[in-house]
Write a protein that binds this ligand. Structure first.
Ligand code: NDP
Ligand code: MG
Length: 384
């Protein structure tokens, strides 16, 4: 297909969230390139109603049956799916070429696999699904010929730096990390961190779960494992550098010593747009960078002594098997506990480490065994 001809028909799972919002900005800016053919939300039915009116031909999925009925009655009887089955159906509709999964946590895994099984391209924002079942997701994609397009800004940056290059010439991937709000805190400070403080990210405005993950550095840990699967690169070739300005979104170092970096403003619209219009580039909603106004870019080594998340993730990613799924599920549960005042900030990584030690390890798990390991980690933390 020639440049300028493509129009991608997109289903957005998690349309009412933060990534969903960035996606809507891209879709509004590029109506001749992107057609929204499906939308899902869970609790925020008022926003889903607005989006349904804005995109009158989109298929819809709400969280609960009652919300689906509420929406349908306000949309002249337009059909509205609901729940897990509704999401699976929406991921498979024949009108779509591409499914963007932007559901927080692992709830997006089955719909993502469903989209791939139907031969649709998959844009992945939900890093948790690659952490939990990266091997399975990549295997299904290679079987059906579907493309996996990373939306997470780091992976989107690496995807851009790698475009068309021989993977055997890659020396390492360098993920940049803002360091989160406690980059310069002491061990004693971390004990008393409140959810309000942890939710205040210095450079990005995001959903609650990923904001806490950014504060513990589990976000970067999850991203290391995500990178391993997306790019087929072993864990030992994946490094992290703290870069407080979040302008360089990640880098690739090649064997000759050259480092390619991707830079843009801290706006998820850009990686969303690149994933949805790939391989084309278009003028979109992202504000250009003013490098002179920025003045400087800083880098420092991560403080792995204070933030054990990176080492835990490296261990999980290297061991493989069920360990990444356990790390991911334990983290999801611990973040929820922290947000509800049931555990302290450092207990997030203490709980994750404990679950990784205690939940039985399976080296070559089936999808069912991964789901069991996920559940076992959550149950283990609940019982304690
Ligand atoms: P939000 O919490 O803002 O949004 C999550 C979306 O998923 C909402 O639409 C929500 O619906 C829906 N949802 C939540 N739980 C379920 C469920 N169990 N079943 C169905 N739908 C559900 O999250 P973000 O947009 O911040 O993040 C989404 C994903 O993208 C995460 O995996 C995150 O790690 C990743 N990501 C996010 C970035 C960001 O900048 N925000 C950057 C890179 C990656 P509702 O709100 O209606 O209840
Ligand atoms: Mg990221």
């Amino acid at each position: 297909m020639s440049i300028g001809m493509m129009k991608r028909r997109v289903v957005v799972l998690g349309a009412t969230g933060s990534i969903g919002g960035s996606t809507m900005r891209v879709a509004r800016a590029l109506p001749e390139k992107i057609e929204i053919v499906g939308l899902s939300g869970r609790q925020n039915k008022a926003l889903l109603l607005d989006l349904a009116r804005e995109f009158p031909s989109a298929a819809l999925c709400a969280g609960e049956e009652l919300s689906a009925a509420w929406l349908s009655s306000r949309l002249g009887g337009r059909p509205v799916r609901h729940g897990d089955q509704g999401l699976l159906n929406l991921a498979a509709i024949s009108e779509a070429d591409l499914v963007l999964v932007a559901i927080v946590g692992t709830a997006g895994l089955k719909p993502a696999l469903r989209a791939l099984e139907c031969g649709k391209d998959l844009a992945v924002a939900s890093k948790e699904i690659l952490v939990m079942a990266g091997e399975e997701v990549m295997a299904v994609a290679s079987r059906t010929g579907s493309r996996i397009l990373p939306v997470d800004s780091e992976h989107n940056a690496i995807f851009q730096c790698l475009e068309g290059r021989d993977p055997s010439t890659v020396k390492r991937l360098i993920l940049t990390c803002s360091g989160g709000p406690f980059r310069n805190s002491s061990e004693a400070d971390l004990l008393n961190v409140t959810p309000e403080q942890a939710l205040r990210h210095p450079t990005w405005a995001m959903g609650r779960k990923i904001s806490i993950d950014s504060a513990t550095l589990f976000n970067k840990g999850l991203e290391m494992i995500e990178a391993k699967w997306l790019f087929g690169i072993p864990m030992e070739k994946i490094d992290v550098v703290i870069h407080p300005q979040s302008i360089i979104h990640s880098m690739v170092e090649f064997i000759d010593g050259s480092i390619m970096a991707q830079m843009s403003s801290t706006d998820m619209a850009l990686p969303v747009q690149f994933a949805l219009t790939y391989p084309e580039r278009h003028e979109g909603p992202c504000v250009p960078l003013d490098l002179a106004a920025l003045g400087r870019l800083d880098f420092q080594a991560p403080r792995t002594d204070l933030f054990p998340a990176l080492d835990l993730a490296r261990r999980a990613g290297s061991a493989g098997g069920t360990l990444p799924a356990v790390l991911n599920a334990a983290n999801e549960a611990a973040v929820e506990d922290f947000l509800n005042g049931r555990c302290s900030f450092p207990q997030i990584w203490e709980n994750v480490a404990r679950a990784m030690d205690q939940v039985p390890f399976v080296e070559h798990p089936s999808l069912e065994q991964l789901i069991e390991a996920d559940l076992a980690a959550r149950t283990y933390l609940k019982r304690r």
